[in-house]
Design a protein around this ligand. Structure first.
Ligand code: ZN
Length: 437
């Protein structure tokens, strides 16, 4: 029999029902059974574990819709097991797995393989994004319907942009019929042109080749113009520039179904912060100027941004020890999502409820996930308990890779319990068990 839990006296933050109240949450049979004050007086105590959440925040399990798990093919960097362990440690109960593995996830059979592998090894729920093009080669459209039939919930060539305007038109038309969203990695490769950090004074002083803001905004602009004709749904991943934020804002005002995502590193760090030659600060899109950082923070505060996601991109230490120009792009993020995004609450840019929205209900709605990002009665009990005051200085990570500019930095606000389907997966930073997935 599944255990019953009473999470007592926490500040419950559930954006799906605009709930921000100090109250109790009863979990039974793997689901949210009841939310209300003083439940202990009414609930039979037999077989009930009471979790004291006074002073803590209780929210739906976090949903991170931009995660590279590297399996199959790059298991030296990460696996479904280690990546989802990092998710559990970070309070994330659902991840969207990106398809740029080796080989890329571009058929229904490969989607099914990820689901089966996750069922056998993962610590949290894994949703799958399929590739837009066959082998992510940017030429032929991949079999989106076949992948959707096997449970793919979105499509993307992430790591690279959808290669051509014609391919974007085709995938939008097919995805629209399936009711799914195209996730776009906005990058005009001809403008990136071999650059490795943001174009500007910080790149010049380091003698490194820059990536202009237009590399992102030109592609975003192309896609929005196509969307105007085809309709359908586009999600702009990892927005890093003020220009793309403006395009997103206008597209929304025009009534287009465009959603936008920002990653914690882009609203926390700027290009001028990068220590000389430390490739743990290298990612794509790159850390931008201080003005861009401010524009992203403002857009999050103004409600223009729909989702905070990590773009968790593990690379083994040997790859990241290379000089900045030669090292691969990407940093890990699952275990620093809570503290970095909570900093926006402390800065007065977000209310706790709006913060919860951006890491739970917002991403779930963006992908059309009906059973994630909410604590409504009857929902699967994916629950994260956060201690907003807890300070930690990460010296190591559960992820197989450690490529993070936040290693060793004092970070405030951490998940202290992660529950998936009514079973505790992580408690006080310790792995407790694997959920039945
Ligand atoms: Zn990307």
């Amino acid at each position: 029999m599944t255990a019953r839990f009473l999470i007592e006296g926490g500040r419950v933050l559930d954006a799906s029902q605009s709930l921000d109240a100090v109250t109790d949450v009863l979990i039974a049979n793997g689901r949210v059974a009841e939310i209300g004050p003083a439940l202990r007086a009414r609930v039979p105590s037999e077989g009930l574990r009471v979790i004291d959440a006074r002073g803590l925040w209780v929210l739906p399990g976090l949903v991170d819709i931009h995660v590279h798990l590297r399996e199959p093919g790059r298991e030296d960097d990460e696996t479904l097991a280690t990546g989802t362990l990092a998710a559990a440690m970070g309070g994330v109960t659902t991840v969207l797995s990106m398809p740029n593995t080796l080989p890329p996830v571009d058929t229904g059979e490969k989607v099914r393989w990820i689901h089966e592998r996750a069922k056998a090894t993962a610590h949290v729920r894994v949703q799958v994004a399929g590739a837009v093009s066959v082998a992510q080669a940017g030429e032929a459209l991949a079999p989106l319907t076949d992948m959707n039939d096997q449970g793919a919930v979105a499509f993307t060539d992430d790591g690279r942009p959808v290669a051509t305007a014609q391919l974007m038109r085709q995938c939008l038309e097919t995805a629209q019929a399936l009711g799914t969203r195209i996730i776009e990695h906005c990058e005009d490769l001809s403008l990136t042109n071999g650059g490795c950090m943001n174009e500007g004074p910080a790149a010049v002083s380091r003698g490194l080749k820059g990536i202009p803001n237009t590399s992102e905004s030109v592609l975003a602009s192309r896609d929005i113009e196509i969307l105007r004709r085809t309709k359908g749904k586009i999600h702009l991943a990892h927005i890093s520039t003020a220009e793309t934020i403006l395009l997103l804002k206008r597209a929304k005002e025009d009534g287009l179904d465009v959603t936008g995502e920002v990653c914690p590193h882009h609203f926390t760090l700027a290009d001028e912060d990068i220590p000389d030659q430390d490739a743990n600060w290298k990612m794509n899109p790159p850390l931008r100027s201080r003005d861009d950082v401010e524009a992203l923070r403002e857009a999050i505060a103004d409600g223009i941004v729909d989702v905070i996601a990590t773009d968790h991109a593990p690379h083994s230490p040997d790859k990241k020890q290379k000089p900045f120009a030669q090292a691969p792009f990407g940093i890990i993020g699952l275990e620093t999502l809570v503290p970095l995004s909570l900093a926006l609450v402390r800065a007065g840019l977000l209310t706790p409820l709006r913060w919860a929205h951006l890491v739970t209900h917002g991403p779930a709605v963006t992908l059309g996930l009906k059973t994630a990002g909410s604590l409504r009665v009857g929902m699967p009990a994916d629950v994260t308990v956060v201690d907003p005051a807890l300070e930690r200085r990460p010296a190591t990570f559960a992820s197989k890779s450690h490529n993070s500019p936040f290693m060793g930095r004092n970070l405030q606000g951490h998940a202290v319990m992660t529950m998936v389907g009514g079973g505790i997966v992580m408690e006080q930073g310790v792995l407790v068990g694997r959920p039945v997935l």
